[in-house]
Ligand binder design. Structure first.
Ligand code: ADP
Ligand code: MG
Length: 361
């Protein structure tokens, strides 16, 4: 069902995206695929649905679970990995035979990763998966969903293992998704000479919000599928914009209440709650000045220029603000994808961000 608010895991429930689906399918022989897109544009849905449709084997490492954490450690990461490996073990016990490696205990029909001094190394785990994949004559995909969260992993870097796998393990493929610009320049660092992944070729797939016409068709199609008449798709697009997540949630609540105003109110409340939480994580992470950032977001509700931003900050503080301070704030908002640059102006990546008002963190 199109209006199911969970990520889709079946291509028949994925609306539009023909090009992205084709590109992902055609790129699966590439060792590194990066799927970029704002939150709730449908990255997880795209990846899961395509992989499921082809019946390929994959591990799904969901890093979003660390979203609200200030940092996390290798043990936390290993637990996620262990759970996914055990999911595969349940499907094929043959995988166990490849896990006679340092830091891994085989207990009955599952593996247990250690994280003390004798910890399981990611490169060894990837090696084991590669051997298993080779034995089965298939490629195994390692999906790292919302990988920018790995920037907060302390005391361990997964990049050297990824680079090792990229160079040596022919039966593994990596699919990385990210909601923020910084997943590329701060996490993967493909263009940073000092980084393990420097210069590795990769395929990039961008998932954008729906444009007006696609959003209207999405709503129409979703209601048609449920045999429900709905006539004000335009009004919904005006209120919510083209984010597939909000449109889906709207459809879902409308089906429940059959009242457009109520469904819009509920959707906005839901959206604002999530956006506030994401903004609060961002503010807390960097110990950032809440008032300044909220003021800039407010100033950019209808789009803004550099000068508008500086003026808004000067009005807030009643003094001159230097260029360095303005550019720090703008760059942080761009890196975390709260702002996007369109031609020479800045706009909010999600129009509802302009409506969250005075968040309490
Ligand atoms: P992301 O991983 O980018 O945050 P999700 O895949 O979780 O996005 O999608 C967010 C919400 O929007 C989910 O409810 C999902 O079902 C819905 N959605 C996103 N893209 C589509 C699409 N193309 N067709 C149908 N529903 C979609
Ligand atoms: Mg997702």
């Amino acid at each position: 069902m199109l209006f199911d608010p969970r990520p889709k895991d079946d291509l028949k429930d994925v609306f539009d995206r023909e090009k992205e689906i084709e590109l992902l399918k055609n790129s699966l022989d590439s060792p590194l695929i990066v799927v970029m897109g704002l939150r709730r544009t449908g990255k997880t849905s795209l990846v899961k649905s395509v992989l499921n449709s082809l019946g390929v084997t994959y591990l799904f490492l969901d890093m979003r679970r660390f979203e609200s954490r200030e940092y996390f450690v290798y043990k936390d990461f290993l637990k996620v990995l262990e759970k996914e490996v055990n999911r595969l073990v349940r499907r094929d016990r043959g995988l166990l035979t490849h896990f006679r490696i340092k830091g891994v205990q085989i207990m009955g029909v599952s593996v247990s990763f250690e994280w003390g001094r004798e910890k399981a190394e990611l490169s060894d785990v990837l090696d084991a998966l590669d051997r298993w994949a080779e034995e089965r004559g298939e490629t195994v995909y390692v999906v790292i969903d919302e990988a920018q969260e790995l920037i907060k992993l302390r005391g361990y870097s997964v990049l050297p293992s990824m680079a090792y796998a990229f160079d040596n393990l022919r039966n593994l493929g990596f699919i990385i998704t990210g909601s923020e610009v910084r997943v590329k320049d701060r996490f993967l660092k493909l263009e940073d000479e000092g980084s393990p992944l420097f210069g590795r070729a990769h395929v990039e797939i961008t998932v954008s919000p729906f444009d007006r016409e696609t959003a209207l068709r999405f709503l129409e199609e979703g209601f048609k599928e449920q045999g429900v008449e709905f006539t004000d798709a335009e009004g919904v697009y005006e209120a919510l914009g083209g984010n597939p997540g909000w449109l889906t949630y709207f459809g879902y609540t409308y089906l429940k209440y059959r009242d457009k105003e109520r469904a819009l109110t509920e959707t906005k409340r839901y959206a604002k709650r999530l956006l506030s939480r994401e903004l609060c994580n961002f503010l807390r992470e960097g110990g950032r000045d809440r008032r300044r950032y909220l003021r800039v977001i407010e100033a950019c509700r209808e789009g803004c220029s550099w000068k508008d931003i500086r003026n808004s900050l000067e009005a807030l503080e009643g003094r001159e603000i230097n260029d360095g301070t303005v550019s720090d704030i703008v760059n942080n908002l761009l890196e975390y994808s709260f702002l996007v640059k369109v031609e020479r102006r800045y706009v909010l990546s999600d129009k509802l961000l302009g409506e969250i008002g005075n968040v309490r963190c």
